[in-house]
Design a protein around this ligand. Structure first.
Ligand code: 7RM
Length: 635
């Protein structure tokens, strides 16, 4: 396999320059290193006003040939996936590239035997087990479109996603282990299946030996179906612009958006970014702790690493089981070299006594990654000092479900890092900051702040929202003419490094002043007693809106009036007196999505005393926190 890694800062600069001067030639050179059944005719066709983006048109390929077949000759015996179970006493599984190839081929035939054809949508509601990877790749092998729903979501959330894209099949497991709990996934599916007329068959993987209720004619066990399946399955010939998968991401309206990714561009984008950001060497062990139900899992547990011939770890459990040292125990046990997680996990682990880290030998680690939200200074240093021992570059990777792959990030060991900064755009990515008037802020040697947009297409951009191209246009391409709008705000320093400041929809107008809640939260978080905070606006008679802060304190700290005063003081001193929160409530947690994003919609409703209809809270990581916060509401 051709290696795509840039090796020096000078290489990076050169590649970046080329990628903006002649983006087509730049990406052609990268795309050429993959296995194509037929080479493309047209590298790029685009129009951000329509909007429409097409990469490598006329090219024919199958992504699984790039993730599996092409490695067999040289890397057939190399471990593709190391699976670490929830229970540390259960055996890990090591699956080689050849074994994975065999498993994927056979399961692809199970899909075919059950009537699945190219273009059909298949919903996957699975635990973090290798069979999830196998099922994804099997879909890709035959050209079926996978739609993975995170296995912590409710029946209603599954049904809604299945119905939106009219999936024909659902693949699930009977049960899943999660920490000390066991959850019956099949029961949750059965409830969803009462309202999903498009589903014709359900394949059930038995993760546990418990008896499972099966519906005759509809439900089939994974193993029974495998017995009946042929071994070989040729890879379907796919157009570069054929759909690879749909992944739902929450929208501001509450209706999830089914982001559509296509085969060719997504493959090229995720593989190129994986290799350059993480800089793996031959025998490295790479671990991304995300769930595969999130884009990070799609791009950087499965497709990017496998297309690169890397060894990728999949972990079934949670960071707190059997204790808060589990991540570090796994790093030691598997000799993990590259560790990629989210700030929310870092902060929750940083809250624990340091002995959970110190107990383990972390000397195998070379590179640390962060993704999902801005990483605050304190968490960055804790991660860098205690996990990386000051020796591992920390790559703070900014990107979105919609971008498919990493957009702004250091390249480990190659380009400089800077705490709380995602730093520089990857080659092929052309970010711009937009001012209040909707004008591009020019690149000068001045630090600036604005709304982050991208002015040129990159291969792994989502092509549409499934079934709703108008919404795709409205959400991403209508704010700034001819540009993709990210929804994030950013600061750019004199050297061109970006620091993502948060979602710009989190702006509150207090007495006529536009206040970004992210800046206020950062100020509050500087107080030594504070772990984390969330600030939202609520209607106020005099000011129009006032600010309500929800604040988490360290375990050993008692809430007090004194603290409230100090917090307001810090905000007054750093952001300005106008930004002082009217109300401060101490909470034990914040409602969060799995990837660590605070669900402000809910906090806003509570602060505004509009709690009749909080919307679907079942997709939260910690739905129970909502009742606690409501009970202690500061009227
Ligand atoms: C990969 C992912 C996307 C949103 C994005 C940002 C925020 C993600 C960072 C970040 C600051 C980062 N996809 N975000 N990474 N903010 N620094 N390194 O998270 O679709 O679930 O979310 O996440 O607001 O727009 S996502």
């Amino acid at each position: 396999m051709e290696n795509l890694q840039l090796r020096t800062f000078a290489d990076y600069k050169k590649a970046y320059k080329k990628s903006t001067k002649d983006p087509e030639a730049f990406w052609e050179g990268i795309a050429d290193t993959f296995t194509w059944q037929k080479k493309w005719d047209k590298t790029l066709e685009w129009d951000f006003e329509k909007p429409e983006v097409k990469w490598f048109q006329g090219g024919k390929l199958n992504i699984t040939e790039n993730c599996l077949d092409r490695h067999l000759e040289k890397l057939g015996n190399k471990t593709a996936i190391i699976w670490e179970p929830n229970d540390p006493d259960e055996e890990s599984r090591y699956i080689s590239y050849r074994q994975l190839f065999v498993k994927v081929s056979r399961f692809a035939n199970v899909l075919k035997n059950n009537g699945i054809k190219k273009g059909d949508r298949v919903c996957l509601y699975m635990p973090m087990i290798p069979e999830l990877a196998i099922a994804m790749l099997a879909c890709a092998r035959i050209g079926a479109v996978h739609s993975i729903v995170f296995a912590g979501f409710s029946s209603a959330a599954i049904a809604r996603r299945i119905n939106d894209s009219e999936c024909k099949m659902l693949i699930t497991a009977n049960e899943v282990y999660r920490g000390a709990k066991k959850v019956n996934l099949k029961e949750i599916c059965d409830k969803a299946l009462e309202e999903t007329p498009s589903i014709e068959s359900v394949i059930v993987y038995r993760r546990t030996v418990e008896p499972t209720a099966m519906k005759d004619g509809r439900d089939k066990f994974w193993f029974d179906e495998l017995q009946k399946a042929e071994k070989d399955c040729p890879a379907e010939e796919m157009d570069a612009e054929d759909m690879l998968f749909i992944l739902y991401t929450s929208g501001s309206t509450g209706k999830p958006k089914g982001m559509v990714h296509t085969v060719g561009g997504y493959m090229v984008g995720t593989t190129y970014t994986f290799q350059n950001v993480f800089q793996l060497e031959k025998d490295d062990v790479y671990w991304c702790t995300a769930d595969i139900g999130w884009i990070t899992g799609h791009s950087y547990i499965i497709y990017g690493p496998l297309a690169s011939g890397a060894t990728t770890v999949m972990f079934e459990g949670v960071p707190s089981y059997p204790d808060y040292g589990r991540f570090w125990e796994i790093c030691e046990k598997l000799k993990v070299t590259h560790f990629y997680t989210a700030p929310t996990a870092i902060r929750s682990l940083a809250k624990q006594p340091l002995k959970f880290v110190e107990r383990h030998d972390l000397s195998s680690l070379k590179v640390l990654g962060s993704v999902g939200e801005p990483i605050n200074e304190e968490a960055w240093h804790w991660y860098n000092d205690n996990i990386g021992k000051g020796n591992c570059p920390v790559v703070d990777t900014w990107w979105q479900t919609e971008t498919g792959g990493i957009m702004i990030s250091p390249l480990a060991g190659i380009t400089p890092t800077r705490p709380t900064f995602a730093t520089l755009p990857l080659p092929g990515v052309q970010p711009v900051l937009m001012d209040e008037q909707g004008e591009e802020i020019p690149h000068t040697n001045e630090p600036v702040e604005g709304r982050l947009a991208i002015k040129f297409p990159w291969p792994s951009i989502a092509r549409t929202i499934y079934g709703d191209h108008d919404r795709y246009k409205e959400v991403y391409f209508s704010t700034f003419k001819g540009k993709y709008f990210t929804g994030d705000g950013a600061y750019r320093d004199a050297s061109g490094n970006y620091r993502i400041t948060g979602r710009v929809d989190d702006i509150v107008i207090v007495s006529g002043h536009n206040l970004g809640t992210a800046a206020i939260e950062n100020a509050i978080d500087e107080h030594e007693a504070v772990v984390e905070s969330a600030v939202v606006g609520y209607p106020h008679e005099v000011k129009g809106n006032a600010l309500y802060a929800y604040v988490i304190l360290y375990n050993d700290i008692e809430p007090s009036e004194e603290l409230i005063k100090e917090i307001r003081e810090i905000v007054a001193n750093t952001v300005g007196p106008i930004a002082k929160p009217e109300k401060i409530q101490f909470v034990s947690g914040l409602p969060k999505t799995r990837s660590g994003k605070i669900m402000r919609r809910i906090l806003r409703k509570i602060a505004s005393k509009d709690t009749e209809n909080l919307g679907d809270t079942s997709t939260l990581l910690n739905p129970e926190i909502v009742d606690e916060i409501m009970a202690d509401f500061k009227a």
